[in-house]
Design a protein around this ligand. Structure first.
Ligand code: ANZ
Ligand code: ZN
Length: 804
């Protein structure tokens, strides 16, 4: 009978569904295992071949753990709020809820067709009011602790989506979604205080098992820097504070720079202290058109305007220096003002050259006329008064002590990480559950009134000035204050897509709970997630955001662990057959449905795991799929080789133990490709023997089951290899002592006479056999001073060395 994957796969998918084979149990006495993959955004395009790479990998681990006796929670859900759905809804005049429902249905049937062992009883959907009730609840807790606040912010505004973007959504100066022009605009925004957690988000990485590249990129993104704040004074009597990582270079400051947005410009302007305000304000306007990224690029030409009317005074030597305004200084970092040291900072050096400003060397060792000497490890201080002769490190200490004593500065730690812009002027997101009352200010909606549901509307377009479509709905906007009962206005902004995904792994633990986001008991048992696999592109967004929310929930006693995820791994991208990123425009997109249709889900799964090193990008290959399909056909053919008898046959015993060991270990180490290669080698050996025992067939099927679950279940049942389903059996065991190759004894002859006996591996090659024979003491003695003229090896029997 042929391998009829269509019939087999349908049959087992239905069985697993009816039987709830993969439902996590509430038997909390069993050891637990909680693997997690990033839940998808149900886009209109349907599943991409990239999705199954991650899902299959952890499905393999999940299936193996169940066979190892664990209570496994492998959940799936939908991260369904967000822009693409809303944009589609606007274009096609369909409610985003309907679009979402259709997309989810399609995704779900695609995932089911892959035989992924998700516990579908725990499916969550971030757009479901019973889910976002708790997203809103968490927001209110953040608000109560002062970690959600509203602020006038210069934000990134996409001129084509007409929406405020987080810094992370601006890539290379343009909108990440549509490629449109991004400008800076001042708007009042809800913000989340992630920066309060910056230090802990770094420190606690020590407690988790994340791959190094994830840890490193989180640490770099948070960007901790140590230095000092130094107070300069001005000729107008103001205090001008700067942040510097090099307070040791204070004697080398030859000018100062304010960010174009610095409030002093307006203050001095209003007080009539500056004589070129127009020039400063028009420079500010130019700067507003650039992204932070463009402004701080090293290579770009330096521009700026010198403030006419106010000068600064260096606290160490009382020298008067000019103050410039330049866009390479950002308002959002440090104090928005810097002391410029052109001798030792590259940007300052370029600016000084462009504006013919003096350059003073304060650390010896370079040639500051040619370029900035930025090396701070070596070199001694010069031209620096009481710091002369000290090393850079000594000088840093000495100057900070001096500043402290003189009350002109103090040590300071800064982070690159910014607070999280949490407002979106969009419809398809969680409503922010706050009202604004003229008397009481911002008032939270009482928790017993959650969820605050999105109102039904028909027009999802933003207002012309970029306000949320909810702002057009009077019945939404006008409400009463929960505090004083007076008239109040409801918030019209909604939350960003990152909200729902910041805590979804908690909901899976207890998805139907309507009293709490999840019960204490369920959280105590299931958390933390044992193994989380996802894309590198989420490292500094979702992964960081969710760690922040989790730490906050830990602080208020809602979750039992400091960190949400114990282990984090990341898969490489699947590229087109041409080695380029798959995309519609390149015409190289592979649809997983087509592969399932042509070869079946088991082949697709196997192929996605065989495609290459799991952590690296890999191009698609149609030929290699055929190889995987062929392997499954050969597996199917094993039934014809069944012979009576138990246990392993002598010829295959070592190979079985070795392969089981390899597959067992490779799965834990993300080496799915080499595990599959080992099983392919084993099946070749079985075919070479032309026979397979029942025990051999059963163990082979169990080992292959996590990779190819349908065919293995079918064969297990067909040949009656055990009670019940394969999915309920025990994972295969190996015996370490039987992993070594079988050995044989060889007679070692010299000129045809047996002089010694040696033990070598059964499959020993000629070179090794001869070397081992010559290493034997008795043979070595025979050979001293003699020339071997011929060496004969008869595998399994003898070595003969002929000498003159
Ligand atoms: C004087 C100096 C001398 C500096 C020197 C560096 C080298 P990190 O490590 O990134 O924290 N800086 C401070 N605030 C800034 C802002 N808002 N926009 C642009 N640049 C700013 O870098 C801190 C250094 O970046 C600070 O130390 C300051 O320049 C600059 F030889 O001060 B430094
Ligand atoms: Zn009020």
């Amino acid at each position: 009978m042929n391998y009829d994957f269509k019939q087999i796969e349908k049959k087992w998918q239905d069985r697993w569904d009816e039987d709830k084979t993969f439902a996590a149990t509430t038997d909390y006495s069993k050891p637990k295992f909680y693997p997690l993959v990033e839940f998808p955004y149900p886009s209109g395009q349907g599943l991409h071949v990239g999705h199954p790479r991650s899902y299959t990998a952890l499905d393999i681990v999940a299936r193996k753990r169940r066979l190892e006796g664990y209570n496994v929670l492998y959940p799936m859900g939908w991260d369904a709020f967000g822009l693409p759905t809303e944009n589609y809804a606007i274009k096609n005049h369909i409610h985003p809820e309907i679009v979402t429902r259709q997309n989810v249905a399609r995704f779900k049937s695609q995932l089911k067709s892959l035989g992924l062992s998700f516990d579908w009883d725990r499916e969550v959907n971030t757009t479901d009011p019973s889910y976002y009730k708790w997203t809103q609840w968490i927001f209110l807790q953040l608000f109560k602790k002062g970690l959600a606040y509203k602020k006038e912010m210069a934000v990134n505004f996409c001129t084509s989506c007409k929406v405020v973007l987080a810094n992370e959504e601006v890539v290379g100066g343009v909108c990440e979604r549509c490629g449109g022009e991004v400008v800076r605009k001042v708007k009042s925004q809800w913000m989340l205080g992630i920066t309060e957690y910056a230090q802990r988000l770094i420190d606690d990485l020590d407690e988790v098992n994340f791959i190094d590249r994830v840890k490193t990129s989180q640490i770099n993104w948070i960007g901790r820097s140590t230095g000092a704040e130094v107070d300069f004074s001005t000729t107008e009597g103001d205090k001008l504070t700067v942040y510097t990582t090099r307070p040791d270079t204070l004697f080398g400051v030859t000018y100062m720079v304010l960010s174009p947005e610095h409030p002093y410009i307006d203050q001095w302007g209003q007080a009539g202290k500056v004589h070129n305000l127009d020039a400063l304000l028009s420079y500010r306007e130019q700067a507003a058109r650039k992204s932070d990224f463009e402004r701080t690029e090293l290579v770009k030409e330096k521009t700026g305007v010198c403030i006419d009317g106010v000068r600064a005074v260096n606290p160490v030597n009382g020298k008067e220096i000019p103050i410039f305004v330049s866009d390479y200084v950002l308002m959002s970092y440090g104090t928005g003002a810097i002391m410029a040291v052109p001798g030792h900072d590259t940007r300052d050096w370029e600016f000084a050259k462009a504006f013919s400003l003096p350059i003073i060397e304060v650390v010896a060792g370079g040639n500051v006329e040619k370029e900035a000497y930025t090396d701070c490890g070596t070199g001694t201080m010069v031209n620096s008064g009481f710091l002369d002769g000290l090393t850079v490190d000594e000088a840093k200490k000495a100057i900070v002590e001096w500043l402290d004593k003189e009350k002109k500065g103090h040590p300071k730690v800064n982070f690159k990480l910014r607070d999280w812009v949490f407002s979106r002027q969009r419809y398809w997101g969680e409503p922010i559950p706050i009202v604004h009352c003229d008397k009481c200010g911002f008032v939270p909606i009482p928790e017993d009134q959650l969820p605050l549901k999105l109102p039904e509307i028909e027009d999802f377009e933003q207002t012309e000035d970029g306000q949320s479509p909810l702002a057009k709905l009077d019945s939404w906007v006008n409400t009463t204050c929960p505090h004083c009962g007076g008239p109040a206005k409801r918030e019209t902004d909604t939350m960003p897509q990152w909200a729902g995904s910041s805590w979804y792994f908690l909901r899976y633990c207890d998805p139907h709970n309507d009293k709490e986001l999840a019960s204490k008991e369920a959280l105590e048992y299931w958390m933390p997630v044992d193994w989380y696999n996802g894309g590198m592109e989420h490292t500094t967004l979702h992964l960081l955001y969710s760690r922040f929310w989790h730490k906050f929930l830990y602080d208020i006693g809602v979750v039992p662990t400091k960190e949400p995820y114990n282990k984090r791994t990341s898969h490489g991208m699947i590229l087109g057959e041409n080695g380029e990123k798959m995309s519609k425009s390149r015409g190289n997109v592979v649809n997983p449905d087509d592969i399932v249709e042509q070869y079946g889900a088991d082949t697709l799964r196997l192929y996605e795991m065989f495609i290459g090193d799991f952590e690296k990008a890999a191009p698609w290959s149609a030929d290699s799929i055929k190889g995987c399909c062929r392997f499954l056909e050969r597996t199917w053919g094993l039934g014809k080789l069944l012979v009576p008898g138990e246990g392993y046959s002598a010829a295959l015993e070592t190979s079985f133990h070795k392969t089981i060991k390899k597959v067992t270990e490779d799965i834990e180490n993300l080496k799915f490709n080499t595990a599959i290669a080992a099983m392919m080698a084993l099946i070749n050996e079985i075919y070479a023997q032309k026979a397979v025992t029942r025990d051999e067939l059963r163990d082979f099927l169990i080992m292959l089951n996590p990779f190819a679950p349908h065919i293995t279940e079918e064969m297990f049942e067909k040949y009656g290899l055990g009670k019940g389903m394969l999915s309920h059996q025990k994972w295969v065991q190996y015996d370490e002592s039987k992993c070594v190759d079988a050995t044989v004894e060889l007679a070692v002859q010299v000129n045809g006479k047996v002089k010694a006996r040696i033990v070598v591996p059964a499959n020993c090659d000629k070179e090794t056999a001869i070397r081992l024979a010559k290493d034997h003491a008795a043979i070595a003695a025979e050979l001293t001073g003699k020339m071997p003229i011929k060496e004969v090896y008869v595998p399994g029997r003898l070595v003969n060395i002929v000498i003159k």
